[in-house]
Design a protein around this ligand. Sequence first.
Ligand code: PEP
Ligand code: MG
Length: 325
Amino acid sequence: RKSVLAQWVNRTTASKDGKLVELAANIGKLEDVQKALDNGAEGIGLFRTEFLYMGRSQLPTEDEQFNSYKYVLEKMEGKPVVIRTLDIGGDKELPYMDLPKESNPFLGQRALRLCLDRPDLFRTQLRALLRASRYGNLKIMFPMIAVLDELLEAKRILQEEKQKLAAEGVELAERIEVGMMIEVPAAAISAHVFAKEVDFFSIGTNDLIQYTMAADRMNETVSYLYQPCHPSILLLIRMVIDAAKQEGKWVGMCGEMAGDETAIPLLLGMGLYEFSMSAGSILPARELIARLSQSEWSGLAEQALTMHGQQEIQAFVQNNKKGEQ
Ligand code: PEP
Ligand code: MG
């Protein structure tokens, strides 16, 4: 199968009826970039920057971060690279930061919430990102946003750092897209409001499912509730895509669901543009999408959205996929 898939490495990703989409890789360390390229990634859809902060005894400096971001951007040679600002908290701890213990860390001061409370930490990362921007096609993404004020504050701080750097004579990329993750149900429901304020969305289904179902994504005993193809999740995803389209913005997905072969036909049908996944899933996804008709799946996804449960939807997808082998 591996050798059969190799022919897909240097191709663009298009559906049977010619709709172009983008298959990107999720990365968490610098070594992952080569793996992404070897697997035909058309970009990096999610760079989890936590690794820069973890497994060490103090915060990474601006220069250390700058070098890592520059490395990824250069290696991707102008392909889009979405770098997510720090998403610490939840299950990821930084012992040296001495953060207060929380009884519900996944509902606590996680990700951007912490960054807005610790602007020193946030500004250092933003400066490193901005300085690296001229080495490739950087897109900056904020995680865990629930309400508009969080986004506006993050954008305000970014703008300030941009102006400071410009005043210092630092060369920046002409254009840097700014987007946000949609992983809190409130943000999905308010997507029409957020869509006016960003260049793109990336749907983080790992958290969106956990928060929508109120089921800890790490807890085996409630894993039966972890249902990517539940109609409630699909309806939220469609809302997000429609809201973005209305404003002419693109939508990606960087949760595990983006590489799920049962979900892909539905996501393609709903008009998702960028699918970001672990490198190993890219070639199978490209081969699958080439067998699917986007316009046909647009209708089939509408039908799926009227169904009552994940099982029914999964069976429906499997049946309709068969016809396209
Ligand atoms: C997500 O929540 O879907 C996501 C991609 O972010 P993480 O898995 O890092 O929380
Ligand atoms: Mg997440």
